[in-house]
Design a protein around this ligand. Structure first.
Ligand SMILES: Cc1cc2nc3c(=O)[nH]c(=O)nc-3n(C[C@H](O)[C@H](O)[C@H](O)COP(=O)(O)OP(=O)(O)OC[C@H]3O[C@@H](n4cnc5c(N)ncnc54)[C@H](O)[C@@H]3O)c2cc1C
Length: 351
């Protein structure tokens, strides 16, 4: 069985390590951070991700803690436009759990299989030939059969294999705030507010009394068109969004997965789920000794998710009066035609 190096212990790298080890492949996983991350970016977990985590038992531990979103509510400023149900069948399931908690469930399963994440281990360079890859980590050279770059959007592995990351950066800065609040409206619903000038604000429940607010403006809390009784701001900040994808996910014995291979806006909440799916697909291929189709399969899926996420973002951020009217009218129609609403929800949750 091969020995695989995994660079990065985000959700993608952790899933790759777990799935490879579960399938009998030796892994070493290196993470430059000194310990587990306390940052939660992704919240939404799709049914497909939980399917991936079923054989390892991680799905059960996640489900014991995750919240099941009751539905999606879209607003025109403060006015409700549409209230759509979630979790009405397998294709419409969406759970919420802070990313650091999802990661800690995967780490626990990995530890149970005898693998420890090597924290404080920074990947620096690599060299490969027909039979192996030599990675330099904290100045030491280590030889592996394969190497997976799951080192996020600024991937050093991607740089080392000279793979261009084509796409564009959005000109607007987005913002995020995680808050405690004891009296939020519809606290178990995922809510989106369409604002003036093509802006948007989204409120996602994280756990009882704790919410994530994201906006396409520099101040997520200020952007909200309805009052939110914030008791504590746990963290807040701004971020820039790029929409990019590599043309090939593999060069020789080196693979890219997750944000190292693709990135897009949080619209649709797909980034982490896509990385988990890349990792599971790649692990199965490496374990089977058949890595050839990895780029074709995962590039196609990634391109589809990028197109869906960008399509959704452009639609809700459009400033053209006619387009905005069409979007709002479509929301109203969804609200009154349940089969259409169910179709739209399935598209939103599973693509
Ligand atoms: C505000 C926001 C909200 C989001 N919401 C959602 C959502 O609801 N649902 C969803 O699916 N996605 C969401 N996403 C996207 C999601 O967070 C990312 O897609 C996901 O974290 C990607 O996982 P990853 O493991 O590929 O990369 P990362 O999580 O970035 O992990 C990469 C790891 O590699 C490590 N690393 C980097 N360089 C090195 C090196 N040289 N040596 C060793 N280690 C290294 C880093 O320290 C990091 O721990 C959101 C993103 C943002 C910004």
């Amino acid at each position: 069985m091969p020995h695989v190096a995994i660079i990065g212990a985000g959700p993608t790298g952790l899933t790759a390590a777990l799935e490879l080890k579960r399938l009998g492949v030796d892994v070493s996983i290196f993470e430059k951070r000194p310990g587990p991350s306390k940052l939660s970016r992704a919240v939404g977990l799709q049914a497909h991700s939980l399917e991936i985590f079923k054989p390892s038992g991680v799905a059960d531990s996640i489900l014991a803690e995750a919240i099941s979103f009751k539905g999606l509510i879209f607003h025109d400023q403060a006015r409700p436009l549409a209230k759509l149900p979630l979790n009405f069948d397998k294709g419409s399931q969406l759970w919420g759990l802070a990313q650091d908690r999802t990661e800690s469930h995967i780490v626990a399963a990995l530890n149970a299989l005898g693998v420890d994440v090597q924290y404080g281990a920074r990947f620096e360079t690599l060299m490969q030939d027909a039979s192996s890859v030599v990675a330099t980590v904290n100045g030491a050279h280590k030889r592996f059969d394969y190497l997976i770059g799951a080192d996020g959007v600024f991937s050093k592995v991607r740089q080392e294999i000279d793979m261009s990351f084509d796409g564009y950066e959005l000109d607007k800065q987005w913002s995020i705030a995680d808050v405690r609040c004891d009296s939020w409206q519809n606290p178990q619903h995922f809510q989106a507010f369409l604002l003036e000038h093509g802006n948007v604000a989204v409120v996602v429940p994280l756990e009882a009394g704790r919410f994530r607010v994201i906006s396409s403006t520099p101040d997520a809390l200020k952007a909200l068109p309805v009052p939110m009784n914030v008791l504590e701001i746990i963290r807040s900040g701004t971020f820039n969004i790029s929409v990019r994808q590599v043309a090939r996910y593999q060069k020789g014995r080196v693979f890219l997965a997750g944000d190292a291979a693709h990135c897009h806006s949080p619209v649709g909440g797909r980034g982490m789920n896509l990385g988990i799916a890349d990792a599971a697909d790649l692990a199965a291929r490496i374990a089977a000794g058949e890595t050839e189709g990895y780029t074709a399969t995962r590039h196609a899926e990634g391109a589809q998710v990028l197109a869906l996420s960008e399509g959704g973002r452009r639609m809700i951020q459009s400033q053209a009066p006619l387009k905005r009217f069409a979007v709002k009218s479509a929301m109203r129609v969804l609200n009154h035609v349940p089969p259409l609403a169910r179709f739209a929800v399935r598209k939103f949750t599973n693509g």
